[in-house]
Design a protein around this ligand. Structure first.
Ligand SMILES: [Zn+2]
Length: 227
């Protein structure tokens, strides 16, 4: 899944408006952020196999450390602990941990059965990627819901706050929709290096929130206006 993870990060803002968008998006994409690092380290393997599914030409040969359910649970717990130290909020920490778990659930809907329950264990995957219309409809609906939730709790205070969000949504949607039609990557190394570009979502999310504020004043705002 691709824009579905973005949708989860955007939509989570409704549950914890104080949670920075970069953290929500980072947690929702989490496993795909560290995946290229594991690929480049030779610990996980992907093959370019045109026709693997209708939507993506990738054969996820082995990715136990980033995409087995067991390790996603472990990463999720690590995120809860680290996020609690950073944000000093149990709720935000738990929500970010849940977003890490959401990655595996959403991937399990789209991937063909290649997601292991634990390293070397049975693999699962509902295979939505075998259907291009199915992928576009389900993931597209998730993205629309995420945008709606995010814009219902934040509003732009400058043009920058509008355009930073619009350009991110257009760019990710174009990359996602064109996936079945662009020629597949030349090699697994190209896949790994280009996947590192996902890290760019984090500074982009910070840029978006520089130009936006929460719709409802928070408790902190209430006090700062009065003291
Ligand atoms: Zn993934």
């Amino acid at each position: 899944m691709f824009v579905g993870h973005l949708a989860a990060g955007l939509g989570a803002k409704k549950l914890a408006p104080e949670m920075p968008l970069w953290a929500g998006i980072g947690a929702a994409f989490g496993m795909d952020l560290i995946w290229p690092v594991f690929l480049l380290a030779g610990l996980e393997v992907v093959h370019v196999a045109p026709g693997a599914t209708a939507f993506t030409p990738l054969d996820f040969v082995s990715y136990p450390w980033t995409h087995s359910l067991l390790f996603v649970v472990v990463w999720s717990l690590v995120v809860v602990l680290v996020a609690h130290r950073i944000f000093k909020s149990g709720w935000i920490a738990v929500l970010l941990g849940a977003l890490v778990l959401s990655h595996w659930v959403l991937d399990a809907i789209t991937h063909r059965p290649d997601l292991p329950l634990w390293p070397g264990g049975p693999v699962v995957g509902l295979g939505l990627w075998y259907s291009i219309p199915g992928t576009l409809i389900l993931e597209g609906s998730l993205l629309l819901a995420g945008i709606w939730l995010y814009t219902s709790v934040t509003r732009a205070t400058s043009k920058e706050g509008v355009w930073s969000l619009v350009t991110l949504l257009v760019l990710t949607t174009v990359i996602w929709v064109s996936k079945p039609w662009v020629p597949p990557a030349q090699s697994a190394a190209t896949v790994a290096w280009s996947s590192l570009a996902l890290w760019g979502l984090l500074p982009w999310a910070r840029w978006i929130e520089r130009g936006r504020v929460l719709q409802q004043p928070t408790a902190e705002d209430w006090w700062s206006e009065r003291l």
